[in-house]
Design a protein around this ligand. Sequence first.
Ligand SMILES: NC(=O)c1ccc[n+]([C@@H]2O[C@H](COP(=O)([O-])OP(=O)(O)OC[C@H]3O[C@@H](n4cnc5c(N)ncnc54)[C@H](O)[C@@H]3O)[C@@H](O)[C@H]2O)c1
Length: 262
Amino acid sequence: MAATTSRVALITGAGRGIGRAIAERLADDGQDIIVADVPSARENIDAVVAAVEQRGQRAVGVTGDVSNPADVERMIQEGTDALGDLDVFIANAGIAQVDEILDVEPDALDRIIDVNIKGVYYSYQAAARKFIAQGTGGKIIAAASIVAFRPFPVLASYSATKWAVRGLTQAAAMEFAKHKITVNAYAPGVVGTAMWDLIDEKLTERDGKPRGSALQEQVDNILAGRVSEPEDVAKLVSYLAGPDSDHMTGQTVLIDGGINFS
Ligand SMILES: NC(=O)c1ccc[n+]([C@@H]2O[C@H](COP(=O)([O-])OP(=O)(O)OC[C@H]3O[C@@H](n4cnc5c(N)ncnc54)[C@H](O)[C@@H]3O)[C@@H](O)[C@H]2O)c1
C-alpha cells in the first residue's frame, strides 16, 4: 500500500445511515476510512468502501460486534494494518428499542446496554489504548442523542444508554487529556434512517395510527421544520474530527434542527 499523509478514521456502524454519511463526509474532508459494521452488513460495508474510494480516499472494511471488546481491538488492528496509524475513532454504532419500563424483558435490556453502553465503553478503551501506543494523541467521538438531555418516555432504555454515553464522554475526556486525546459526542435529534423507521413502526403499531405518522408528529417539535438528514449530523462530526475542534473536549453537542437546548 502506498505511503500517505491522509488522516485515518474508524467509524463503527458505518454501513448505513448516519455512519455512512460520516464516512462519506470525512472522505470529502480528505480522511481515509476504516468502515466497521457487523458481519451481516458486509454488502453495506462494501458499498461504503466503494463510495469512499470514489472520493479519492482509501478505505477498508472490517467486521465485528462492538459489544465484544476483542472484536473492537481486532477491527482497529485490521484497519490500521491496512491504512496506517489511527487519528479518529467514531463510536457511532447503536441500536434502538421502543419500550416502556414496565414491559422490558431482561434479555432486551441486556442487549441495548451491551451495544449502546458497553460498545461505546470498549470503543473508548481500545481507541485510547491505540492512540497511547502510537504516542500520537487522537480524537474519540461517539453518538449520543437528544435523549441524553431529555428522554423520550417510550424509549426509556435507549434514553438511559445515551445519557450514559454523555457521562462516559465527560469522564473519558478527563482521564485521556494527559495523552492528548480529546473525547466528544454528537447528539442528533430525529434523523430519517432505518432506526427511525423502526421507532415509527413500533409506535404507530402500538397506538393504532398510520405508518409514518409518529415520525411526522416529531416535525412539529423541530424549529427547522423538518426531520434531520444523516448529512446534517455528518457536518458536525466533520468539525469534531478535524483540527478546528482541537480545543474542545468532554462535550456532547446537540445537532437536532432545534428540538432541545443545552
Ligand atoms: N436516527 C436517529 O434519529 C438518531 C438520533 C440520535 C442518535 N442516533 C444514534 O446515531 C447512531 C447511528 O444511528 P442510525 O440512525 O444511523 O442507525 P442505523 O440503524 O441506520 O445504523 C446503525 C448501524 O450500526 C450497526 N450496528 C448495530 N449494532 C452493532 C454492533 N453491535 N456492532 C457493530 N455495529 C452495529 C448496524 O449494523 C447499522 O449499520 C446510533 O448510535 C444511534 O443511536 C440516531
